[in-house]
Design a binder for this molecule. Structure first.
Ligand code: FNR
Length: 383
């Protein structure tokens, strides 16, 4: 299929750009303000050089690991992405299925296009559930209950969205959820027939999880979108973590940590996992890259919680760097959605396969057949 024509993640990105309407591509690809953090997430990897060792038997590679006790076949987990149904009507269901077919975990966003029930039905494999700290706690607790009932194995609490980041591509495109049907949007549909055919058959206009009875009824789609935006709670603090614990029996990961002192606080609050993340540069711009933030955080945490990283993972060598600097596994966001836009579920699978293949080859060339042996001694920091 189409996906086979893509030989790296950038190829999938280019194919997605040609395949989905420009405002939707920009929503996926874009980031906040000057997009400095988005760029740094990529450039940060260039500061680290790999130090390969030679004459090691690499005939057998071990890429499997565990994430919160669950075995995964490769150290790559699906990051939560909201409103993925705009890119393809199978949205999060297709993305989750592709992750499962590779033997790994998918994280479903609270703001997913498909509901917890729909994704569970389409993709029965291992899933985590991602929640924002919401003003309407009733809606949040309702989602937690549904996620638990459907066997989601961990809760990912995203803490870097006190307010919505300002993504200027979206502002310029007048991007909204649900999308406005304008002449320009219709024209975009005409030049993207593959996307338009899928979308017209099964439109996915809003977020699937918030169709709970608490959402104000009768307001229509626009009211729905405004309601979603009002859900971010800017007053939340560390004290609120305990409340979430009361409503979630399973393991808890905190996503969006960028400082060692915050990581230590998270450990003190008993989280099982920390995801070093700057939301792919979509929230506060001008932060550090996640890969540059990782070493000090790993040192501060000292193995007291499982450490994960996302942001800018586009190559197998990026994964080696992250693991060597202390991450247990990485999460990927845009690479999956580029794949989805390029070629549906097969495209997402291709994204995972490409990273998996690059990782395997790079491990062999680096003389580290087992990912568990990766450590800071194989990394040199430039400058
Ligand atoms: C995201 N991200 C995100 N994070 C989260 O916690 N909840 C969410 O609903 C979303 N939604 C979302 C949508 C889209 C289109 C993107 C691209 C990203 C952030 C995501 O989980 C992750 O942190 C970044 O995407 C990682 O960076 P890369 O892999 O995209 O460079």
């Amino acid at each position: 299929g189409r996906a086979a024509r893509c030989h790296n993640i950038e190829d999938l990105r280019v194919m997605a750009k040609r395949s989905v309407p420009q405002p939707i591509f920009d929503y996926v690809d874009g980031a906040a303000w000057g997009e400095v953090t988005r760029r740094r997430n990529r450039d940060g990897f260039e500061r680290f050089e790999l130090l390969p060792r030679m004459l090691v038997d690499v005939s057998k590679l071990e890429l499997a690991t565990t994430a919160l006790g669950r075995e995964i076949a490769l150290p790559i987990i699906g990051a939560p992405t909201g409103t993925t149904g705009l890119t393809h009507p199978d949205g999060e269901g297709a993305v989750a299925r592709a992750a499962h077919s590779m033997g790994t975990i998918y994280t479903q966003s609270a703001l997913s296009s498909l509901s917890i029930e729909e994704v569970s039905a389409m993709a029965p494999g291992p899933k985590w559930f991602q929640l924002y700290v919401m003003t309407d706690r009733g809606v949040a607790y309702d989602m937690l209950q549904r996620a638990a009932a459907h066997g989601y194995e961990a809760l990912v609490l995203t803490v870097d969205v006190a307010v919505a980041g300002v993504r200027e591509r979206d502002v310029r495109n007048r991007f909204s959820i649900p999308p406005r049907l304008t002449l320009r949007a219709a024209a975009q549909g005409l030049v993207r027939p593959r996307w338009a055919r899928n979308f017209i058959a099964r439109p996915r206009l809003t977020t699937g999880n918030t169709t709970s009875p608490r959402v104000p009824a009768g307001g229509g789609a626009v009211a729905h979108a405004e309601w979603v935006n009002r859900q971010f709670d800017p007053s939340v603090t560390w004290d609120d973590l305990a409340t979430f614990r009361e409503h979630w029996g399973g393991p808890l990961l905190i996503k969006g940590i960028m400082r060692p002192d915050d990581a230590v606080r998270a450990v003190e609050h008993g989280v099982e996992g920390i995801i070093v993340s700057n939301h792919g540069g979509r929230q506060l711009d001008h932060t550090r890259s996640t890969i540059e933030a990782l070493p000090a955080i790993a040192e501060a945490v000292g193995g007291r919680a499982e450490l994960y990283l996302d942001g800018g993972i586009r190559r197998g060598t990026d994964i080696i760097t992250a693991l060597a600097l202390g991450a247990r596994a990485v999460l990927i966001g845009r690479p999956m959605v580029y794949g989805l836009g390029a070629a549906g579920e097969a495209g997402v699978r291709r994204a995972f396969e490409l990273l998996h293949g690059e990782l395997a080859t790079a491990l062999a060339l680096a003389g580290y057949p087992r990912i568990s042996d990766l450590g800071p001694e194989m990394i040199h920091l430039v400058r």
